[in-house]
Ligand binder design. Structure first.
Ligand code: NAI
Length: 337
């Protein structure tokens, strides 16, 4: 049973930020000059739980920082250029990573591996050196592989804490709620959907049977909804026609997840949301990273919820998810080994 506050957490379009009194919390964005990084930095500047914002990119971060710093919220903002990564990370409690190349039409997320794997590994190595206790929120794709890369890099440096490394799958959760609301003639507030598995195509498994609106969707409408949740990113890539993938909705999702992590760190109870973490749920099948509902707390991951009861259709989706996810995870680990 989820507590009342947990249910509130899952409410999709309730206020983007909710907060109690802020603590001293420095948040760093690595890749702050990019399509996601810029609006994400702006949204984080508006989050009352962020007291200091550190913006780093190999291109353009000081400009983004100067711009965002004029917003009249309490946090201080600093921008760091290419040679100043260590300074950017100093004292950071939460580090959000949207650095790396996005997809173009016809590409899968896995096609990004060759470029993004080394970017993420090198950033994780710097975090291990400068801010080993930070919570790391990985946005860079392919998330199914970049999260194991971050974990393995920290492990190599002897500082891996499985409670503090998160793959951001919130955009899948945001899309699922929005798309279900669209076909249910309801508000997204009333159509939260738990999305499990990973973050790419068939590895994205929405548990519509656990939603009061979702369980009423059957037949062709069900198949179309699942497909749209799994491949919603492609709609954006296609519409942007070579100019990249989701940036604005991703910035929203990233800020929402960062706020959930900050609320947990701040001691708020019952903050529960899906995220891709080191997980025991399918470890017996050799899959040691998995997204399911996770309770966030003062130490990062507080509790990994089981997936609960699922329908026969969802069993099939999970069957398709697991082998692909396993391959993606192994590819990430092999890269670091
Ligand atoms: P972008 O190309 O607009 O921005 C990426 C930024 O990363 C650039 O400013 C670039 O200078 C910077 N960068 C590159 N190497 C760096 C390094 N070593 N250190 C610091 N910064 C570096 O790309 P966009 O659209 O912002 O996407 C970023 C990543 O997010 C992509 O990998 C994309 O696939 C992923 N993404 C993830 C989603 C998710 O749901 N987790 C959703 C959408 C995109």
């Amino acid at each position: 049973m989820l507590s009342r506050s947990a249910l509130r957490t899952l409410t999709p379009s309730s206020r983007l930020f909710s907060s109690s009194a802020p603590r001293q919390t420095k948040v760093a964005v690595l890749g702050a000059g990019g399509g996601i990084g810029q609006p994400l930095s702006l949204l984080l500047k508006s989050d009352p739980l962020v007291t200091s914002l550190s913006l780093y990119d190999i291109r353009g971060a000081p400009g983004v920082a100067a711009d965002v710093s004029h917003v009249d919220t309490g946090s201080e903002v600093n921008g760091y250029a290419a040679d100043h990564l260590d300074e950017a990370l100093q004292g950071a409690k939460v580090i959000v990573i949207p650095a790396g190349v996005p997809r173009k039409p016809g590409m899968t997320r896995d096609d990004l591996f060759n470029t993004n794997a080394s970017i993420v590994r090198d950033l994780a190595a710097a975090v291990a050196r400068v801010a080993p206790d930070a919570n790391i929120l990985v946005i860079s794709n392919p998330v199914n592989s970049t999260v194991p890369i971050v974990a393995a890099t920290l492990e190599k440096a002897g500082v891996f804490d499985p409670k503090r490394v998160f793959g951001v799958t919130t955009l899948d959760v945001v899309r699922a709620a929005r798309f279900l609301a669209g076909i249910s003639n309801a508000s997204p507030n009333d159509t939260p959907v738990t999305v499990i598995g990973g973050h790419s195509g068939a590895t994205i498994v929405p548990l519509l049977s656990q939603s009061s609106y979702g369980k009423g969707v059957t037949g062709d409408a069900y198949a179309a909804l699942v497909n749209r949740i799994q491949f919603g990113g492609d709609e954006v890539v296609k519409a942007k026609d070579g100019a990249g993938s989701a940036t604005l909705s991703m910035a929203y999702a990233g800020a929402k997840f960062a706020n959930a992590v900050l609320r947990g760190l701040n001691g708020e109870k019952g903050v529960v949301t899906p995220t891709f973490v080191k997980s025991p749920l399918f470890a017996d099948k050799g899959i040691d990273f998995f997204s399911s509902n996770v309770e966030l707390g003062v130490n990062g991951v507080e509790k990994i919820h089981p997936i609960g009861q699922i329908s026969a259709e969802e069993e099939k989706l999970l069957e398709a998810c697991l082998p692909e996810l396993k391959k993606n995870i192994e590819k990430g680990k092999a890269f670091v080994a």
